[in-house]
Design a protein around this ligand. Structure first.
Ligand SMILES: [Zn+2]
Length: 387
């Protein structure tokens, strides 16, 4: 009930403002009292939990002239925010049908109706309203964002690309990376339908939109591998390093496979060593290099390499791989992993959070009695890693 009263507050304010404005006009004294009595009738329906009757009454009373647009919009938007989309649509629809709206009022009302449709999942109707808005050049940025949302939900990637390009032209927003992903979606679709030429073309367009698109490069490499073009695949995979070195872990397996198919594993090893020099401490590279040595039967070399790297760049993954190499023959060498375990765990504990909020997941070094993130009391507790 309190919620309903809160909902009515803006309407009441608008009606009060209206009443004030009208009372200044002596000629309109009549409609002022009419407005108030109808407004209280509407309020009465709300108090009796009859929201639909209340809407009808309020729509009637607010249907006076273009001065009453604001209360309409306020009422409709509040319904939408409360998740009562059907009612929001009724209010906004009623508004749109009024003949007395000026252009900007009608555009605002159509925009709100479009947002109602979005909320209700009626994407077709929302789409046509937002396309209309684009045509009229009103609320362009909101309309473009909503259309972008619609086309992504519908997986209509061509339309999504067109809208993202328009959004970039209109607002300067960076959309290249998004567009590249849309082209990748198209490429994957075509590939699944065995339309390799088209898939290749879309991958090229993805890279033309955003040369840093790792996804496009990985697709290109996989496609080349499938066609047995390992040299081409290697060129693509190695490109990832300059696109975004955070994705190095994604290329190691296919890269090793390509070199193996060409019978040039040695080349893979030299590339690993060079890449490691460019990205010192990169755990995936360290692991791949150690695994390579192990595959060549060089257990001791692999172990020494891991120990040397782990000293400088401790990682759980590296330690695990070292222990998985098994017990060394030389008993003195057993002591090396032992001291490394101590080093790695000490490092891990230093990086770990000591306290975690069991409500929102906030983590930190100190015991806050009130969680700084979710503001709840007594939810931040000591955190111990249990396995
Ligand atoms: Zn919290």
């Amino acid at each position: 009930m309190v919620e309903w009263l809160l909902l009515l507050l803006p309407v009441a304010a608008a009606s009060g403002w209206l009443a004030g404005k009208r009372s200044a006009e002596a000629a309109n004294r009549n409609s002022h009292s009419q407005l108030n009595s109808a407004y209280f009738a509407g309020l009465n329906y709300l108090l009796n939990e009859q929201p639909d009757k209340a809407i009808d009454t309020l729509l009637d009373v607010l249907e006076v002239d273009s001065d009453t647009i604001e209360p309409h919009l306020a009422l409709g938007n509040l319904f939408r925010r409360r998740g009562e989309v059907g009612r929001a649509i009724r209010v906004h629809q009623n508004l749109v049908e009024r003949p007395y709206l000026n252009n900007s009022q009608r555009e605002q009302a159509l925009l709100e109706l479009g947002l109602d449709y979005m909320r209700a999942g009626m994407l077709d109707r929302a789409e046509s309203l937002f396309l209309e808005a684009l045509k009229r050049k009103s609320h362009i940025s909101i309309a473009l964002h909503q259309l972008l949302d619609i086309y992504q939900q519908e997986k209509d990637w061509h339309q999504a690309i067109a809208i993202a390009q328009k959004l970039h032209e209109e607002s300067g927003e960076a959309t290249e990376s998004m567009i590249a992903h849309f082209y990748c979606e198209l490429a994957e679709q075509r590939w699944a339908q065995k339309q390799i030429m088209e898939a290749t073309q879309f991958i090229k367009q993805a890279l033309a939109s955003d040369w840093r698109c790792v996804r496009a490069t990985l697709l290109q490499a996989r496609l080349a591998m499938e066609q047995g073009d390992y040299k081409m695949a290697i060129v693509c995979l190695r490109r990832v390093e300059s696109q975004d070195s955070d994705y190095l872990s994604e290329i190691l397996k296919p890269l090793s496979e390509c070199y193996q198919c060409l019978g040039r594993q040695g080349k893979f090893f030299s590339w690993l060593s060079e890449a490691l020099a460019r990205h010192p401490g990169s755990t995936p590279l360290i692991l791949a290099r150690a695994a390579y040595l192990q595959r060549q039967g060089e257990q001791e070399k692999s172990r020494r390499f891991l120990i040397e790297q782990l000293r400088r760049h401790p990682s759980v993954e590296g330690l695990q791989q070292l222990l998985a190499l098994g017990m060394p023959k030389d008993i003195k060498a057993v002591l090396e992993p032992w001291s490394l375990i101590e080093e790695v765990t000490r490092h891990l504990l230093k990086a770990k959070s000591n306290y975690v909020c069991c409500f929102c997941g906030f983590s930190g070094k100190y015991c806050y009695w009130q969680c700084p993130s979710c503001k709840r009391w007594g939810t931040v507790k000591p955190f111990i890693v249990d396995i």
